[in-house]
Every structure is written in C-alpha cells, then in structure tokens.
Design a protein around this ligand. Structure first.
Ligand SMILES: Nc1ncnc2c1ncn2[C@@H]1O[C@H](COP(=O)(O)OP(=O)(O)OP(=O)(O)O)[C@@H](O)[C@H]1O
Length: 455
C-alpha cells in the first residue's frame, strides 16, 4: 500500500501522466530555495531575470538573493548566466562568476541559497513534480517508468529492467509485483551474481533429502516465489546449464528439486534486471538465446541518477535526516552532489550523504556542508565530471584515446581501495559506494585481480 505521497512542487503547477509527445520546453529546474529542497520548473523562452522579487519565482523567495541577481539566457542550444552585480555572488558549475561576464552553464547554478539546473526540457517536471512515496524519491522519469511497468504487469508474465547498478531497479520490480496478478503472493529477490556457482541449482530449485551427502529437504527460490514474483538480478551470471534448467522450469511451470523425482507445479511472474546489454550477452554466448526470449522482453530502462538531477537534493536531504532529524543539508552540499556523476547511482549517493552527515556530527556541526563530503564521493569513475547532463551535440572532434585520464583515475582509485581493504571484495565495494557485482566488473574491465590490492 502506498502511503500518501509528499510532492516537491509548487502549488498550482500542473500534474499529469505521460507527456513524451509534448514538444520540449527548455528552462531551469529550481531545486533549492533559501536552503530548502524543492523541485519546480521555470520555463525559459529566451531570457529570465532572476532576483528576490522576480515574479517567475513566485512566493518562494530567497533572502540571500539580490533584488536583481542574475540573468539566464538560452540561445536555442546552450544556457548562459550573467551575474548582475549581486551582493552574494553567482556560481556556475562550481565556479564563481565575474559580474557582467556571461558564462555558459551546464550543470548547476547557485545564487544565494538557491540552486537551478539548466535543462533542455522542463516539461516532465512541470507535469509530474518529484514525489516521495514511502521513503522513495520519484522524479518524472521514474514515475513514467512505474506507470509503464504497472500497465505491463497487468497483462504480462515477465519484465526485464535495464539500468546501472544502484539506480533503484528493485523498486521497479516491486511495482511489477504489486500491480500483477500475484500481488498478494510472495516477492522473492535473488542476486544471481552473488550465488556461488556450485550452489545455484540447489538454491533456485531446492533439494530432496539425500540428494547429496547431508542434504535435507529444502525449498528453492522458485518454489518460494510460487503465487507471486521471482526477481532475478543479474540473471546472465548464472552458468549456461543452470540457465537451461531455469528456462525449462519457467516454460513448463514445474520445478524438479535436486534429487527429486516428482516436479512441483509453480505459478509465478518473473522479473529480471541487469546493467548489461542482454542481446550482446547472447551474442557472446553468456546468455542462452531461448532464455533471453523468455525473460528479456519487454524491457524497460531506468536512467542513471546523473540524468535525474531533480531527485538528488531530496535524496541527500532524506539521507542526512535519517542519520539525525536535527541535521540539515546545506546548499553547498546539495550543489556538490549535483555536480558529481555518481557512478554508483542512488546507492552511492545515499551512503556518501550519510557519511557526510556522520562527519558533521563528529565535528559538532548541525549543518552538513560540502566540507563534510568525502573528496572522492560520487567520483568512482574519475574526478568530478563537468560533462553536460543532456547528451552533447555531435561534433567532428577526434575519437578519445584508448585509455582516458578518467579511466586511469578510476583504475588507481580501485587499486588503492583494494589495497586499503586487503583485497576484500565486500569491504572494497562498500568503501567505493558500489555493489560487489559492479566492483567485479570494474576489476574485469581494468584487467585487475584481487592480488592487485596487496602491496
Ligand atoms: N529513488 C530512490 N529513493 C530512495 N532510495 C533509493 C532510490 N533508488 C534507489 N534507492 C536505494 O538505493 C539502494 C540501491 O537500490 P537498488 O538495490 O534498487 O538498486 P539496483 O538498481 O537494483 O542495483 P543492483 O543491481 O546493484 O542491486 C537501495 O538501498 C534502495 O533502497
């Protein structure tokens, strides 16, 4: 049951369902005002003059903004900010502006204690706002995706959720379950990457007493999910033999436990998830083609957090409050979090925001500022990025070299973390704010082994 959602949007703004057919509306996402988190869309036709009394800013005013603070201009493709000699200054993408000199803004603008993010389309935020439902922050893209998933669940047997690690795929799977015919049944989540190879069959399909020495009767995950939904995260990590047996069970709706002679009927929906391109995995022989057709369609994609900036301030404020209700997130912390790329997505952001809050408490502060945030938090793939939030227009610039400085930074950071944690995968992953699966993939990509952490 959904508890009454709270919505971070101005009263009077429009809220509707999907609006993807609408033409894009460039503008600013106003994500903080006077230090308080908000999520409001400010459409921008050509120019917006922002200041303490601007009619565009409505009733929510920031006393630290000057009456005539800055001008934001959109040239049809890019956003430009000019500080108008404000008392407290204007920061664009983390750097202070010189009054009177236009500066291109790509990621975040700070004026007083207010934050604005330039966006090629503020329409979705105008229509949907940002909602917080049972401690889960849902921006417009997330809301639209959940609507789509709810429709699929009504008349579908399976769903595949594609998305980077830590983006919230389990919440999407839970919506698929809650909206499907087995909503009253169990929801069983299985991380296939975490199952030791030799145990996969026993854990998935169960075992009969005597199947192997010391074996007792045990239910598998498929039997446990009977009448509900089985959520298989990283399904392509199962070995091909287990994949064949899984496919058979899903097709026949019967599970034969290890050492058993009589299969048991099961009735379940299946939701799978992962970060890799399943078609490429089929092509590489890592995923059975027939299992792909059973599980891989339909597919929905959950965008990474860096493409959902409107959720970031609410997530940070929530994580800080979780540590202590007396703490508050300062605008400089929110700004820094908007500037970093968060390769570990929401999981990493929440871990690092809580760590910053803890640091503030240790230093006796009740306001969590950027100085409390770990310098490498949110940058596991290199230094803080200045890449635009929306895809940049195609240019004829030369292709990047094979090993970019960003990748070198990432490799060095992983090696250092491994060294600090004695090659322990779980501890290293935790320290980097990522999932173990994500760390294993990084090690693979950089040709590293656990021994690379020993010095
Ligand atoms: N929008 C959100 N609001 C609040 N918490 C969130 C949100 N999205 C994710 N989280 C939290 O972040 C953590 C990671 O989310 P989740 O486990 O769903 O990620 P995932 O995409 O399944 O990643 P992985 O494949 O690595 O498991 C969880 O603790 C989850 O509750």
């Amino acid at each position: 049951m959904e508890q009454a959602p709270s919505t971070l949007q101005p009263s009077g703004s429009v809220r509707a369902g999907s609006g993807s057919e609408e033409p894009p509306v460039p503008g600013l996402l106003r994500l903080a005002c006077a230090g308080a988190v908000m999520a409001e869309a400010l459409p921008l036709r050509v120019e917006l003059a922002l200041g303490r009394t601007s009619p565009e800013l409505g009733e929510a005013q920031d006393p630290r903004m000057s009456r005539s603070h800055a001008r934001v201009h959109h040239d049809g493709r890019r956003f430009w900010v000019t500080d108008l000699g404000s008392q407290n200054g204007t920061w664009v993408d983390g750097e202070a502006c010189v009054a009177g000199t236009p500066r291109e803004a790509r990621r975040v603008i700070r004026m007083g204690d207010s934050l604005f993010v330039p966006s090629a389309d503020v329409g979705p935020l105008m229509r949907c706002g940002v909602r917080v439902v049972e401690g889960f922050v849902r921006g417009p893209a997330f809301q639209r995706l959940l609507e789509q998933v709810a429709r699929t669940a009504g008349h579908g047997f399976s769903l595949h959720i594609h998305g980077e690690s830590g983006t919230g795929k389990e919440e999407v799977a839970r919506t698929f379950h809650a909206q499907g015919p087995g909503a009253r049944g169990p929801f069983v989540a299985v991380n296939c990457a975490a199952i030791p190879q030799g145990l996969a069959e026993r854990l998935l399909f169960g075992a009969r007493r005597g199947a192997f020495s010391g074996a007792d009767d045990a239910e598998g995950y498929l039997q446990a999910a009977d009448g509900g939904t089985l959520f298989l995260d990283e399904v392509a990590e199962l070995d091909l033999g287990v994949q064949a047996k899984l496919l058979r069970a899903l097709e026949t709706r019967e599970v034969l436990p290890l050492g058993g002679s009589r299969p048991r009927k099961v009735d379940l929906q299946v939701c799978s998830a992962g970060n890799r391109d399943l078609r490429a995995m089929v092509a590489n022989g890592k995923l059975r083609e027939d299992l792909y057709f059973r599980l891989g369609r339909p597919e929905v994609t959950l965008p990474p957090l860096r493409q959902r900036p409107e959720e970031i301030p609410a997530l940070v404020a929530m994580s800080v409050r979780e540590l202590s209700p007396e703490l508050s997130a300062h605008v400089t912390l929110l700004e820094a979090c908007l500037l970093r790329p968060w390769p570990g997505n929401v999981r990493e952001l929440r871990v690092e925001a809580r760590a910053a809050a803890q640091e503030a408490l240790l230093r006796g502060a009740l306001r969590v500022e950027v100085s409390h945030l770990g310098p490498s938090a949110g940058t596991a793939f290199g230094p803080p990025s200045s890449a635009p939030l929306e895809p940049a227009p195609k240019t004829s610039s030369p292709p990047p070299s094979r090993v970019s400085p960003l990748e070198e930074g990432e490799r060095a950071r992983v090696v250092e973390a491994l060294r600090q944690h004695g090659g322990n995968v779980a501890a290293t992953a935790r320290a980097l704010g990522m999932h173990r699966t994500q760390l294993r993939r990084l090690l693979e990509r950089h040709g590293l082994s656990l021994e690379d952490g020993s010095s």
